[in-house]
Design a protein around this ligand. Structure first.
Ligand SMILES: [Zn+2]
Length: 54
């Protein structure tokens, strides 16, 4: 999961086998860096979108 996969010009990425950990880190990053309030559901949606073939 990375910001670039989510269509953002940002170097941030996170890798973990623990989905909950990814969601947590992405939410903190989105809030701190992008001033975006994301719910766990939002992050899951992004993860699904990123997994789709372009
Ligand atoms: Zn970012």
């Amino acid at each position: 999961m990375s910001c670039q996969e989510a269509g953002m010009d940002c170097e941030f990425s996170v890798q973990s086998n623990d989905e909950q950990e990814i969601i947590d880190m992405v939410r903190k990053h989105a809030k701190g860096k992008h001033h975006m309030d994301m719910s766990a559901k939002d992050v899951r949606g992004l993860m699904k979108d990123a997994a789709k073939p372009a």
